[in-house]
Design a protein around this ligand. Structure first.
Ligand code: BMA
Length: 321
């Protein structure tokens, strides 16, 4: 049960992350009304896995759907979007929902997503069973994206990364950390890390945003993030990694100067938005030293990559900015 998807590193590869050879794992038309299924989050659930999937429909309305899988590769995604009930508030307005993350904390699965409330901000909800979902207060004022919870309380408080933004396609963006005693009121905002300078690391010089829920390791929190460069043909999204201090995760110990993975396969370079790799979840086993990274490709399909956690940590330390 809960055996994470895995494929050994190809013999001729020196990459720290390598792609699943049958990518993409979820087709854009995997449910009847979808235009695209990408930037989605998965977790271990019961004897298999569950997830929250970003499905844009054929009217190109953005919403999140629950899905289930026995092996983490083949997914059954509900045809209808998640219907939220009132959680810690009656105010559950939402013009759209996209880019979900899922974190199991204590007794339930917490979902964060980019919630449309007079522009994008961070929506929060929870579920125990992936059938009933409860929506809470938005974490922040608009505009914000890439809200990612830590999987346990830090110094007694919930902790969340986010990326303040604008109401458009945001040519800037840095990663911040906020705390909450109750999942309703958020404060103690701290800057974690900023976009790099063009000369130091151009792939992450326009904006950066947290990806999957950070992983606790004996070297600190392992955080994957997306880094963006603005080219003459638009944005290009790649993946980097960082190690953050255990009890003070606004302190960055290491952060990769080179990317771990950049758009290079055809399904990453061609799609509704070309040249986007956007990681939103991992399944991992520290004991087995294995990690499966789920990412949206070209804002169209969902794909999978693998890595050894120890190699990713070593790479992050050895190639730090
Ligand atoms: C961001 C979000 C993501 C998307 C990315 C690239 O602003 O909309 O969902 O993957 O742009 O288009």
């Amino acid at each position: 049960m809960n055996k994470i998807p895995w494929q050994d590193k190809p013999k001729d590869s020196e990459d720290v992350l390598w792609r699943y050879d049958a990518n993409p794992i979820i087709d854009r038309y995997a449910i009847p009304n979808s235009n695209s299924i990408f930037n989605s989050a998965v977790v271990p659930f019961e004897n298999g896995f569950a997830g929250v999937f970003r499905c844009d429909n054929k009217a190109v309305q953005m919403n999140i759907h629950a899905g289930f899988s026995e092996n983490g590769v083949q997914w059954n995604i509900n045809h209808e979007p998640i219907v939220m009930q009132a959680g810690n508030t009656q105010m559950i307005d939402s013009d759209y929902k996209y880019d979900p993350r899922v974190a199991f904390i204590e007794d339930r699965y917490w979902i964060t997503w980019c919630n449309g409330y007079h522009g994008p901000t961070i929506g929060i909800g929870y579920t125990f069973d992936f059938k009933e979902f409860f929506q809470c207060e938005n974490a922040f004022l608009p505009f914000n994206r890439n809200g990612v919870l830590f999987p346990k309380k830090i110094n007694g408080k919930y902790a969340m990364l986010s990326r303040p933004s604008d109401n458009g396609h945001t040519p800037f963006g840095d990663i911040y950390l906020s705390y909450s005693p109750d999942m309703k009121y958020w404060g103690e905002h701290r800057c974690v890390m900023k976009a790099a300078s063009f000369n130091d690391s151009a792939w992450q010089c326009a904006k950066i945003g947290a990806g999957p829920v950070p992983i606790w390791t004996n070297e600190g929190w392992l955080m994957f993030y997306h880094g963006v460069i603005e080219t003459c043909n638009g944005f290009r999204y790649s993946v980097g990694s960082a190690l953050l201090e255990e009890n003070q995760p606004d302190k960055v110990k290491y952060r990769t100067q080179p990317y771990l993975m950049a758009p290079s396969e055809i399904y990453e370079r061609v799609g509704d938005v070309p040249n986007v790799i956007f990681p939103c979840a991992t399944l991992h086993s520290l004991e087995e030293d294995k990690l499966a990274l789920y990412y949206g490709a070209a804002d169209t399909v969902t794909a999978l990559a693998f890595g050894h956690i120890s190699e990713i940590i070593a790479f992050t330390k050895q190639n730090s900015l």
